[in-house]
Design a protein around this ligand. Structure first.
Ligand SMILES: Nc1ncnc2c1ncn2[C@@H]1O[C@H](COP(=O)(O)OP(=O)(O)OP(=O)(O)O)[C@@H](O)[C@H]1O
Ligand SMILES: [Mg+2]
Length: 178
């Protein structure tokens, strides 16, 4: 028999987004269903839709203080919602020593939600338990989004979102074209 517990901990889901709005809605559903202490690592090229997703996430968390954008001057931006949201963008980061100085562990340890754009630049300092969200630009406005959970807590969250009636069609449309 395959090692079921190991497989469970690597649950992954593939979706297809057809528009900016669909990627935003996906983020929103994650925000609505989020419990504290979760981390989302966003990986994908310029313009893949990472910030769109985080904007939806903020809406789903009822963030009211400000609009989520890619932070220009700071690497971390904090928002207050139903749970605190830390939006991190590692794009401009020069090296790992610079990451260490940011004290990101404080955000990850907290009861809030952390979303990290360009997470692949800081892999070494990310918590082991998280969602990895890989966004890939297909033709036009289409994006393939692969979401992988690396521990049981994030797996439960992903499973819950995957059963949402708004998200199910995005999973089906990825299957259709596979
Ligand atoms: N299906 C889609 N999902 C998300 N964004 C889309 C989609 N189709 C088109 N877009 C457009 O692609 C752009 C995505 O920009 P966004 O800032 O979210 O990218 P990003 O991954 O955060 O890039 P960066 O690495 O520069 O921060 C927006 O202009 C958005 O309108
Ligand atoms: Mg961005």
């Amino acid at each position: 028999m395959p090692n079921a517990s190991l497989m469970d901990k690597r649950l992954s889901v593939t979706l297809k987004s057809q528009s900016r709005e669909e990627t935003f809605s996906l983020g929103e559903i994650f925000g609505q269903t989020a419990k504290g202490g979760k981390v989302i690592a966003l990986i994908g090229d310029l313009g893949a839709g990472k910030t769109q997703f985080v904007q939806g996430l903020a809406k789903g968390l009822d963030v009211s203080n400000g609009t989520v954008n890619s932070p220009t001057f700071s690497i971390v931006q904090e928002y207050e919602g139903r749970l605190p949201l830390a939006h991190v963008d590692l794009y401009r980061l020069e090296n790992l020593d610079a990451i260490a100085e940011l004290g990101l562990e404080d955000y990850f340890d907290e009861a809030g939600i952390s979303a990290i754009e360009w997470a692949d630049k800081g892999e070494a300092i990310l918590p082991k338990g998280r969602l990895n969200l890989y966004l890939r630009d297909l033709e036009g406005d289409q994006r393939e989004i692969v979401i992988q959970a690396t521990d049981s807590q994030h797996q439960s969250w992903l499973a819950q979102v995957s059963q949402n009636k708004t998200v199910l069609p995005l999973i089906d449309s990825a299957k259709d074209s596979a």
